[in-house]
Design a protein around this ligand. Structure first.
Ligand code: SF4
Ligand code: SF4
Length: 406
């Protein structure tokens, strides 16, 4: 049988290159879904063997396709297999293309059809009103007027918040912190506010490229209207879309410079624009979210930002950087099978518990949110915070919503 999306990207030979060494199953930090399921098909190797057998006609679709579908969608796209694979199979891209092939075969998980309907109806994956995309967090902001003045302002630099950082209780703290920091640093920037739509990541990650394109084109048009040239985002999932996947999967070349939030913070620090006056007196560890770390290579930038913060003792997690354990929230797995994602998160909590840190910092709104939800339930007294929130606190900023959420 054929997988047309794989063929269109000239990756149909890749499943034949797997050497079956099993590094992607047992390697340090490797596959979280295999660790939980203990089934071959949930590892990179298993998925390649199944795909190859289907391509060769050695396995009838009626015997192998459904199992492959479940494993392809039961994956966090964490890139652990890609990191360790000795023959350099570009797994994350292959999984997204296979997800597109399953969509075209009418084998998309039902939960994703519901998520797509929500997105098309409300323009955000939370299914909330677009008005709350700004009012939901500006309400907690110590300078609400400043935030409202930013909305739709012409500027060369834009902060793209993303859905999680606009709506979720913990994640919005990073948006509040960023706007406070940028303003204090004298940066000229704009936000789209109500006019910001989802970047399309949930659809690109699950293979619905056509729907994703509508969202991408809307935001691009809005930024062009405002004269934007650089886009900063704290969400590594949004970053990956803007910086790479619009081009790779949607054939869009928008021409904007895309910066990950930690890169921009470092730029401000290097220009001496940030002043710290409040020692944090904390031991902090750092979670490399998969899209920021393995999938984009931002390992040093957040650590360098942490080095600048007064009163921070830094301790690495046992599994860090390329070997970081996934938190379980990637690849839209929470929408497909939340219990599975929680089991993956339990492994992450064990890793966090092995440190002396009281705070696990990260720079991904989804990771921070999921860890914040899961840590107390797993019996941990540690808290997860966005890196940018720690920066704002070390600069002396305080706001009511932050106290409330922690
Ligand atoms: S991307 Fe991550 S979860 Fe998916 S198969 Fe690879 S290692 Fe496992
Ligand atoms: S690490 Fe790569 S070559 Fe080895 S089994 Fe996994 S997919 Fe195959």
């Amino acid at each position: 049988m054929r997988f047309p999306a794989l063929e269109a990207h000239n990756l149909q030979e890749m499943p034949y290159t797997c050497a079956q060494c099993s590094f992607c199953q047992v390697g340090n930090g490797a596959c979280p879904t295999y660790k939980v399921k203990r089934r071959d098909s949930y590892s990179g190797k298993g998925k390649m063997i199944l795909t190859r057998n289907l391509l060769q006609g050695r396995l009838k679709p009626s015997l192998g396709l459904e199992g492959l579908r479940d494993a392809i969608f039961g994956c966090t796209l964490c890139g652990g297999c890609e990191e360790i694979c000795q023959v350099d199979i570009p797994f994350v891209k292959i999984y997204q293309l296979l997800r597109n092939d399953f969509l075209k075969r009418g084998m998309w998980p039902e939960e994703l059809a519901v998520a797509r309907d929500t997105l098309l109806k409300t323009n955000n994956i939370q299914g909330q009103s677009q008005m709350d995309r700004i009012e939901g967090w500006s309400y907690w902001h110590p300078d609400e007027d400043m935030v409202l003045d930013l909305e739709g302002k012409e500027s060369k630099t834009a902060l793209f918040a993303g859905c999680a950082s606009s709506y979720k209780g913990v994640s919005i703290q990073g948006t509040i912190a960023s706007t406070l920091i940028y303003d204090k640093a004298g940066a000229d920037f704009t936000i789209l506010g109500e006019q910001e739509y989802c970047c399309g990541a949930p659809m690109i990650m699950t293979g619905d490229f056509e729907t994703a394109k509508k969202f991408a084109m809307h935001n691009i048009e809005k930024y062009n209207e405002l004269g934007v040239e650089r886009i900063v985002t704290n969400c590594p999932g949004c970053y990956k879309m803007w910086a790479h996947e619009y081009h790779e999967f949607l054939d869009i070349d928008h021409g904007f410079e895309i910066l990950y939030g930690a890169e921009y913070l470092l730029e401000l620090l290097n220009k001496d624009k940030l002043e710290f006056n409040t020692p944090l007196d904390l031991t902090v560890t750092y979670h490399d979210g998969c899209d920021a770390g393995r999938n984009a290579g931002f390992y040093e930038e957040p650590r360098k930002v942490l080095e600048h913060l007064p009163g921070v003792t830094f301790e690495e997690l046992p599994h860090n950087k390329g070997n970081s354990f996934c938190c379980g929230s990637g690849g839209v797995l929470r929408a497909i099978d939340n219990d599975f994602a929680v089991k993956i998160n339990d492994l992450k909590v064990e890793d966090i518990e092995a440190t002396n840190a009281s705070v696990v910092a990260s720079h991904c709104p989804s990771c921070v949110d999921f860890m914040h939800n899961q840590l107390p339930g797993a019996g941990s007294s540690k808290v997860s915070k966005d890196l940018v929130v720690l920066v704002a606190q070390a600069m002396g900023f305080e706001w009511e919503g932050l106290e409330e959420i922690y």
